[in-house]
Ligand binder design. Structure first.
Ligand code: FES
Ligand code: FES
Length: 160
């Protein structure tokens, strides 16, 4: 039987623990053991960004992060974006600007945009396009995704 170990980290502000094999991928732990199915599995090779989560202030593709690397870390997934029942400005903007079609890329796209706006609260269109370059939308709805990020950036700036 494969050797397992306990890993503890904060997930959307709450302490969690999982027993994992050394080879277990974070996306698997999140979805299958911690019931966080917001991050999606797409390519499993670090190309599509559907599995993007925020790990200690960085956007990472959870299909290529080992869960054991997350000991003591702070993780945010799409499930952690809303606060007290209110949608995050990015979630609201994706809704209002029709920034999604099938929705498969959306959790990863919003989670990536969340970090992008933390790093650059006033991004140009080019900054946004470059910032989400690691997240693919197979429905090719990039125009409205960019508009949604621009709209959220404005709302967040007005609220500051
Ligand atoms: S599933 Fe992780 S990048 Fe595609
Ligand atoms: S909305 Fe379908 S993959 Fe992006």
């Amino acid at each position: 039987m494969a050797k397992t170990q306990k890993v503890s980290f904060k997930l959307n502000g709450k302490p969690v623990e999982a027993t994992v094999e050394a080879r277990e991928l974070l996306i698997y732990t999140l979805r299958e053991k911690l019931a966080h199915t917001g991050p999606h599995i797409g390519c499993e090779t670090s190309h599509c960004g559907a599995c993007t989560v925020d790990l200690d202030g960085m956007s990472v593709k959870s299909c290529t992060v080992l869960t054991v690397q997350c000991e003591g870390a702070e993780l945010t997934t799409i499930e952690g974006m809303e606060q007290g029942g209110a949608l995050h400005a990015l979630q609201q903007a994706f809704h209002e600007e029709h920034g999604l079609q099938c929705g498969y890329c959306t959790p990863g796209m919003i989670t990536r945009a969340y970090r992008l706006l933390k790093e650059n609260p006033n991004p140009s269109e080019q900054d946004i396009r470059k910032g989400i370059a690691g997240n693919l939308c197979r429905c090719t709805g990039y125009q409205n995704i960019v508009k949604a990020v621009q709209s959220a950036a404005k709302k967040l700036a007005a609220a500051r």
